[in-house]
Write a protein that binds this ligand. Structure first.
Ligand SMILES: [Zn+2]
Length: 192
């Protein structure tokens, strides 16, 4: 992935595959939108980073990915205001998770390990893994820290690691700063 493929240095691959998929629809902070799902380089970088490359490499199923992204963004919006998934959203996620798998016993240096592997390592498995990454965060209670940048022209989904969960912007130096400048200007106008 080159710099041309991202608007700003938001960071990629920091939280979970599902967060990156949501952020593949990116705004530059001023309202200009870019869809990285249309970019094969982005998709390749995404798959490489999360080690999700399907063994049977068929074309990315654009419609399924867009549908999943849509559900995931709505979910992120809800988590960011302390709400949970609707029954409909849950069943959409379960549909994405519904791929045939099998157990496999793997021997390593210190013994054995049981693994769940896909019956077919294709894009439906990738989609399932993306959905599963949200499932894991839900099960761990981590989604309470999922936020959407308070800059309405940015909407970047991020993970708030602060103890008090007070982070409002994807980045203080960009969106946070912009909001402060805007507030200062508004205050100047009021006193002028
Ligand atoms: Zn932002």
């Amino acid at each position: 992935m080159t710099r041309d493929h991202i608007f700003h240095e938001h960071g990629f691959g920091k939280v979970a595959p599902w967060v990156d998929l949501v952020n593949s629809e990116e705004w530059d902070g001023f309202g200009k939108r870019k869809d990285h799902l249309a970019d094969p380089y982005w998709i390749d970088a995404f798959l490489k980073h999360w080690k999700l490359h399907p063994a049977q490499s068929n074309h990315p199923p654009r419609r399924e990915l867009l549908q999943l992204r849509d559900v995931l963004r709505r979910a992120a919006g809800k988590f960011s205001v302390g709400r949970s998934l609707s029954r409909q959203e849950l069943s959409k996620l379960n549909r994405a998770l519904n791929v045939p798998t099998r157990q496999k016993l793997v021997q390593h240096q210190n013994g054995f390990r049981s693994e769940v592997v896909p019956v077919r390592s294709d894009w439906s498995w990738v989609v399932a893994r993306i959905a599963a990454s949200l499932g894991e965060m839900l099960a761990n209670g981590d989604v309470e820290r999922v936020k959407i940048c308070a800059n309405g022209d940015c909407r970047w989904v991020f993970y708030d690691p602060t103890k008090a969960r007070i982070k409002r912007w994807c980045k203080d130096s960009t969106c946070g700063n912009r909001a402060r400048v805007r507030r200062a200007r508004a205050a100047e106008k009021r006193t002028a």
